[in-house]
Write a protein that binds this ligand. Structure first.
Ligand code: ADP
Ligand code: MG
Length: 243
């Protein structure tokens, strides 16, 4: 498998606070990578640097062989290749479900409305939300909103999907439906980078698990390696706390 995103020696500071300290990570096409670690370890910052919602202080992000941090690189185009799902849904509250999934396709990708609508409906069907096309986000449960957010992101045909704790804001009874939707997505060949506190899910779907601690990748490996035979003391202590 060839790499789709390669992160080399990435650093990010906020003032004097160095939040990412020399993070390097290569993600292969089709790979499912989960990122685990304590709150404040830099997981969100890493995702936000990957899609350049935050500008790294140093390092390289190589996408399809090119460093996206090179001056003049087409960042708006780059961002269209990345889908992002946030903890807080971030749907457009003034638009109904269908329009949420159409608008980016029309404005950013310049698809015609009919094609965009067809793609939106297909993806809403896949996440079990086709009965809610004309509902407004305020009428939906958290789990339903998050499934719409996933359908919206997938409708943009991203090369890579980034998830930042997509189930952390949900009532417990809704976590399962969102994890199932994500699990279905792992089977489509899409590359996924998922920050999660759901250890069972991480163990089940990941090709590789990254454990972050205090701004570094403290350990990485297959789910078996990380969950059943962690090597580092910090990994063991974290898993002891959360499992
Ligand atoms: P995690 O997602 O693992 O909980 P974050 O990446 O959100 O960790 O945060 C790591 C550290 O970076 C925290 O100490 C947080 O306060 C700091 N941080 C994150 N975003 C900002 C920001 N926009 N401005 C200042 N500090 C930030
Ligand atoms: Mg976070």
């Amino acid at each position: 498998m060839s790499s789709i995103i390669q992160i080399n020696h990435l650093k990010k500071s906020f003032g004097n606070n160095e939040v990412l300290k020399d993070v390097s990570l290569t993600v292969k096409k089709g790979e499912i990578v989960t990122i685990i670690g304590s709150s404040g370890s830099g997981k969100s910052t890493l995702l936000r640097c990957i899609n350049l919602l935050e500008k790294p202080t140093a390092g390289e992000i190589i996408y399809n062989g090119e460093n996206v941090l090179t001056p003049g690189y087409n960042l708006p185009k780059y961002r269209t290749h990345l889908g992002m799902v946030f903890q807080s849904f971030n749907l457009f509250n003034n638009m109904d479900v269908l329009e949420n999934c159409i608008t980016g396709q029309v404005t950013v990708l310049k698809r015609n409305r009919e094609e965009a609508k067809k793609i939106a409906i297909e993806n809403l069907e896949k996440v079990g939300m086709s009965r809610f096309l004309n509902a407004k986000p305020a009428q939906l449960s958290g789990g339903q909103k998050q499934r719409v957010a996933i359908a919206r992101a997938v409708s943009m045909n991203p090369d890579v999907m980034l998830f930042d704790e997509p189930t952390s804001a949900l009532d417990p009874e809704m976590v399962g439906e969102v994890l199932k939707t994500m699990k279905d997505l792992t089977k489509t060949g899409l590359t996924m980078i998922i920050v999660t506190h759901e250890m069972g899910f991480a163990k089940e779907v990941s090709d590789r698990v990254i454990f972050m601690d205090k701004g570094v990748i403290a350990e990485e490996g297959t789910p078996e390696q990380i969950f059943n035979m962690p090597k580092g003391e910090r990994t063991k202590a974290f898993l002891h706390r959360v499992l």
